[in-house]
Design a binder for this molecule. Structure first.
Ligand code: SF4
Length: 379
């Protein structure tokens, strides 16, 4: 029997097509199953054939334009469903926004599309796992729900599903915490126990928070609790997408970085909320998390020592930033850099900058690329 893992809490999210304007039905196109959905579609709408693009892997793409899908009615309703019934509706449309369905080993994973769909926090009264399970059972086998995602090395042996399920269920207890650091700490503790590690420092989260707040500013704001709640709701999905992206790192290494990566996203989202003067939506948090993949990966490791093999290019920068970046480069190339957390170097260097420029320093350090090497801890 196939186990199903939902990458969100039961009833966590709802969606409202009327207020969104059916963004998912405009300009995105639809992937339909060549085996199950193509012939019925051609039977119902023969003149659609010139628009179809058969793709490898058992899919056919039906492109549309940003004015709307060919079946989107002027009332915002799906004309295909209205005319032919819900059972005839294409799999991807039927499940949307919970249509990110994959197979990982023997487990079916159902994820939510929090980028295309402006999902909302439903406080447990949204779409339930049981409803989606029934919908999936009615759809049956389809390439659209069977897309294989490779396991990162070590994930199966280290029982990834047990840890992700426990953390997802645990997230319900942290939704009303005013600061995401509490849930990040819980994730560190649970991961440490799960992996049977000893000596994993619980002060890592507190230390990282200090570095991040020194560089980016305080996370004390009227929007902090809302951002924390929304990021906690999204955490199972964001973790799943980071752990199981193609070409991902060794599972043991990667899973240990998840809590601090999410803490980095939290700090960036709070700063964005301060600039924007309102909390970020679930979609905005997902987009920022994805857009800042490189930066959050660096920030998540500020508590580790790192060394630089060659100076970072400081050309064309304003004088204050250029000078600070050169000084930081020199520090990180010294032998003693290998014993000091990267965050210490960044915070010290940032101290010489005007406050408004400090937060640029980590992003500028990304210019180092592979010349920045993290020093493995002593065995
Ligand atoms: S078939 Fe219906 S639900 Fe799917 S994109 Fe078109 S209008 Fe939207």
């Amino acid at each position: 029997m196939v186990a199903t893992y939902f990458a969100f809490l039961d009833g966590a999210f709802r969606y409202d097509c009327a207020s969104c304007g059916q963004a998912c039905c405009r300009g995105k196109g639809i992937a339909i199953s060549a085996q199950q959905e193509l012939v019925p579609l051609l039977g119902r709408v023969p003149r659609i054939a010139p628009l179809l693009q058969p793709l490898p892997g058992g899919y056919v793409r039906l492109p549309d334009v940003s004015d709307g899908c060919w079946f989107l009615g002027s009332d915002g309703m799906c004309g295909y469903e209205q005319t032919h019934g819900r059972a005839a509706k294409f799999t991807t449309c039927r499940l949307f926004p919970f249509n990110r369905v994959f197979r990982i080993g023997s487990t079916q994973v159902v994820d939510v599309n929090s980028v295309v769909c402006p999902i909302e926090d439903a406080s447990g009264h949204g779409v339930h796992h049981a409803e989606l399970a029934a919908e999936l059972a009615a759809i049956g086998n389809s390439p659209l729900t069977e897309s294989q995602v490779p396991l990162p090395s070590g994930a199966k042996e280290l029982r990834w599903l047990a840890l992700e399920t426990a953390l997802r269920d645990d997230s319900a207890n942290f939704l009303d915490e005013p600061h995401f650091a509490t849930f990040a700490t819980q994730q560190v503790q649970a991961t440490t126990r799960h992996l049977g590690l000893r000596g994993e420092s619980l002060s890592t989260v507190a230390q990282l928070q200090t570095y991040l707040e020194t560089l980016y500013g305080s996370t004390d704001s009227p929007h902090t609790a809302t951002v924390s709640r929304r990021l906690t709701l999204l955490s199972p999905s964001l973790r799943f997408n980071a752990l199981f992206r193609r070409g991902s790192d060794d599972y043991r290494r990667l899973v240990r970085k998840m809590p601090t990566q999410l803490l980095a996203t939290f700090v960036l989202c709070v700063q964005a909320a301060v600039v924007w003067q309102k909390p970020l939506s679930l979609r905005a948090i997902t987009e920022l998390h994805q857009a800042q993949t490189e930066l959050r990966s660096l920030l998540a490791r500020l508590t580790e020592p790192a060394m630089l093999e060659s100076p970072v290019d400081a050309a064309e920068l304003p004088p204050s930033l250029a000078m600070t970046l050169r000084q930081l480069s020199e520090r990180l190339q010294r032998r003693d850099a290998s014993t000091v957390p990267l965050g210490e170097h960044l915070v010290t260097a940032a101290g010489s900058l005007p406050v408004a420029e400090r937060a640029l320093l980590p992003a500028l350090l990304l210019r180092a690329g592979e010349a920045l090497r993290f020093v493995p801890p002593h065995p």
